[in-house]
Every structure is written in C-alpha cells, then in structure tokens.
Design a protein. Sequence first.
Length: 235
Amino acid sequence: MIENHLSALVLFSGGQDSATCLADALSRYSRVETVGFDYGQRHSVELACRTRFVAAIRDRFPAWGERLGPDHMLDASVLKSLGHSAMTDDVAIKTTKAGLPSTFVPGRNLLFFTLAGALAYRRGIDVLVGGMCETDYSGYPDCRAATLAAQEQTLQLGLDSAVRIATPLMYIDKAETWAMAERLGGQALVDLVTEETHTCYLGDRTHRHDWGYGCGTCPACELRESGWQRWRATA
C-alpha cells in the first residue's frame, strides 16, 4: 500500500541490500529519491552499479519509475582520511584487536545518516531508508537497531524535524532478503539484483555465479551466496 503522504530518501550503495530496500520504498512511498556516498572506497564497482540499477528500475518497472525522483551523490571522503580499513585501502580482511572485521569503517553509517538527514531536510523528505541488518552481518556496531534508534532521535532533535529512519532488513537474513526481492518485483527484480548489484569486498566483476558477481570467498560473497542457496532450497 502506497503511503501517499510520505516521501523517502534511500541510502543506496549499489549493493544487494540497499537495492532491495529501494524496491521496498518504491512499493511504499509516493515519492522516492536516492543518495550515494563517495567515501574513497577501495573499489568503485558499487558506484557504477548504482547508475545502472536506477536506470533499469525506470525502464523495467514503469510504475516505480514514476515515483523515483533524483539521485544524489555526496562526498564523504573524510572517512578515508581518518584511517585505514579493508573497505578503503589494500588491507587484508581479518578480525582486528577490537573484535571487529577490518572492513569496519568507524562512524560510516552515522555520517551517512547525518548527511542524508540534512539532504532530506532540504528536500522535504520524511523517511530515511537504509539496508542495515543485525541478523546476517559482520558485527558492525553502526548497523544495530539500538544505534539507529538513537541516530533517529538525534536527527529529530538536531533538525527539529519528525524525520524517521526505516530499516526493512533489520531482522531478516539474506535468504529472506532474496525472497523479499521476489515478492516485490518477481523474477524480473531478482534478475536485476543478481546482475546489477555488487557486494563483493574485493570488487570482483570477473566471476559470475548464480547469485551474481564476486570473488566468492570474501565474507560479503559468502553471505550473499549462502542466502541465495537457502532461499532457492525453500522457493
């Protein structure tokens, strides 16, 4: 059901999760815009996927395309200048002394939501949508529901606004994320997510699997593949 009185800004990276959240937002809100962040990521593959995915949504899903407004790209490169991580530099993917994977970029989602909140304020948008999840994830503290609830309250107070944060994937796993894509847009959306989104930490677009492109061995690929296999086993 379309919530005619609400608009949404989707934090869209070009990965599977945010792409599924974009489809979910297009099925819920009367006006949807997207925002991406260039934070000096190690690979720009996802940024290229963003453009292709949005164009395909407009072309293959006309009803959604009518509600899909502008795409915005914001500079968040300050994150890279704050220190190395496996997401921004040629660093091995491993568990750090803090007990978190080296792919963790401290403060990334906090900054993203702050910037998105400011953009939403300027654009008159009601809801910020993110693909964060604490079911199948790497333990990032800025992906947790409690963190984002506090972030929402901070934005509401700091902007003197009723802006909300929505995280449709928070309590579902990757198999359920694939199932959500099928439920929202049928096989056409599943095919689009498979072909035109990217999750691999190593930026590999040379190896094509049933579940999409990637090295097949990094933690992100393993999550995506295992989710695909579990979803296909029950589909």
